[in-house]
Design a protein around this ligand. Sequence first.
Ligand code: AMP
Length: 281
Amino acid sequence: MKIIRGKNEMRAWSVERRCAGDSIGFVPTMGALHDGHASLMRASVKENRVTVASIFVNPTQFAPHEDFNAYPRTFEDDCRIAEDMGVTAIYAPEKDSLYPEGYATYVNVEGLPDGLCGRSRPIFFRGVATVVTKLFNTVLPDRAYFGMKDAQQCAVIRRMTRDLDFGIEIIELPTVREPDGLAMSSRNRYLTPEERGQALAISRGLFKAESQMKAGERSAESILKTVRNEMAGLNIDYVELVDADTIQPLERVEGRALLAAAAWVGKARLIDNIQYEVPTS
Ligand code: AMP
């Protein structure tokens, strides 16, 4: 597995692969890899001739009070996982190379970032859209893989890719969970054993609500109440039912609905969601 640090070297490598007729799959990550990231890599390796995974803790998506400095950095372990998954190359650029002195250009997707996570993290999606644009321009992928755990991020990336004519296929894969239901996250490393137990209330609440929806419940109020009751012991950021594409609040479950929750547990801000598509017949 090749490790590439320079953006010019990365682009030259990708151009060469494309000229050779190889399809390029791309998995952007911030490292501290777990089985959720591995599932994206596995899919990309299967569906493309070569796979690039990036490891970059992106400073522009963190507000000054957030955990940019504390974010886990486990580069050697990450390389081992990526290599085991069959990744062809790791792209791990330096912060100053992506954001040199005087950097001034940002990608703003309008509307979609306003609700859910955007409310408590107002610069987050601008940072994500900007870095993903920069990575797309360097890695030149045919397909890019994202996790549905970050459902609002998926909506933003989908829209950005369409609006800016990237011509890249965006593939979204299901959330990988611990056996007890906790959504895997690099930030789970912040949890003490006691906090980890408390954090289970999030997935438990979402699963209860999912059963309700499967049984025919359509009232957002009743569904949200179920999740909020289950999460009552946590410091809730939001629990919301929205349309999965527009991220607009729903009063009733319809179309492809996204039931999303976020809460602070100890030092960690955790997010999770389930998506439910109302059967058409
Ligand atoms: P991150 O390193 O947290 O920026 O995540 C990199 C990619 O992995 C994003 O597309 C995430 O949505 C995805 N991802 C993170 N956690 C999970 C998970 N538990 N299951 C599936 N994908 C995930």
